[in-house]
Design a protein around this ligand. Structure first.
Ligand code: NAP
Length: 291
């Protein structure tokens, strides 16, 4: 099966329930995103206390053909005790067949679609049984409910054990969605990005602006400001360029409700930084010089 192509920049909907957009406004927003080439939409069952998929689905309904121009991503595997809905009574990870299938059914209904383009397992769990999970995912694939699969926040060994089970039954994990920003170097430092490069697995990067924390006072913010001044641009532009400079194919997931801010990300992913500037930002977050 051909790998799923995502748009270079992905739009994230974690914060959608705070955007205060009615369905018409959100529908216009979605049309604008697709027109500018941001066609991949990132969700999870749990976003907004289980409400974001539904808000998106209501807006999608207003342009029935729009869905065909999108790649819709969602996730499963976390159970939250919701404040508003009686779904689960305990906070845990759950990768049983029963939970995965129920979560997918709910996502399809909420998103108002017939098939999920890319389903991600949201976080690794010590109790995840790779053979059972692969078998469940195969059923969803054969039943026409999910086209492609990936993971999120998985380290190499967690990735490898599931990929082995997947590939033994003719499926493939195509993406790993992990946190990367000028303030979060974890997946660079611990080798996850190198591991995924070796395995030919592309990266989606969440919270590329550290959830807005790049704008707060810190040594990294000070360096970002000084680099931005040099390039006569903004620190969000510099942050996306910082991510773009890494050797992996990386799709930043923009969390902003502001379309101009998504455009900044799009433009930045065709721009670069002088390596000296890249290392200044890197060292600021490391809090020390390199060896
Ligand atoms: N797989 C996972 O475990 C996981 C975890 C977290 C998130 N995600 C995904 O990643 C997506 C992005 O995460 P994120 O929302 O944390 O991303 P982010 O882009 O790092 O942060 C977005 C936040 O920064 C603010 N912001 C952006 N530009 C700004 C500016 N110029 N000045 C001031 N504030 C600014 C936004 O506010 P405005 O809306 O006002 O612009 C928004 O509150 C999520 O939507 C979700 O799809 C995945």
């Amino acid at each position: 099966m051909e790998k799923l192509e995502l748009s270079q920049v992905v739009q994230g909907f974690w914060r959608l329930n705070t955007w205060q957009m009615d369905s018409q406004t959100l529908n216009r927003h979605l049309n604008e995103l697709v027109e500018m080439g941001v066609t991949s939409m990132d969700h999870a069952d749990i976003y907004g206390d289980y409400t974001c998929e539904g808000l998106f689905g209501q807006a999608l309904k207003l342009s029935p053909n729009l869905r065909d121009s999108m790649q819709i991503i969602t996730k499963c595997g976390i159970e939250l005790v919701s404040k508003t809905q009686k779904l689960h009574d305990y906070h845990q990870y759950n990768y049983t067949k029963e939970h995965i299938e129920a979560s997918v059914e709910r996502s399809l209904k909420e998103l108002n679609i017939n098939e999920i383009d890319l389903l991600l397992l949201h976080r690794p769990s010590p109790l995840l049984n790779p053979v059972e999970v692969a078998d469940t995912l195969k059923g969803l694939h054969q039943g026409g409910k999910v086209k492609h699969f990936g993971v999120s926040n998985f380290k190499r060994h967690q990735f490898d054990v599931l990929q082995k089970a997947m590939q033994s039954i003719g499926l493939n994990l195509e993406y790993n969605q992990v946190e990367i920003s000028p303030l979060c170097l974890e997946n660079i430092e611990d080798g996850t990005l190198n591991d995924m490069l070796t395995r030919d697995v592309d990266i989606m990067c969440w919270s590329p602006l550290a959830g807005g924390n790049i704008f707060k006072t810190s040594e990294t913010n000070r360096v970002l400001q000084s680099v931005a001044k040099k390039y006569e641009t903004t620190i969000d532009d510099i942050s996306y360029r910082f991510i773009n400079q890494l050797p992996n194919k990386i799709h930043p997931i923009v969390g902003s409700q502001n379309i101009q801010r998504t455009q900044i990300a799009q433009k930045a992913m065709n721009s670069s930084l002088d390596s000296k500037d890249w290392f200044e930002i890197y060292k600021a977050t490391l809090g020390r010089d390199i060896l």
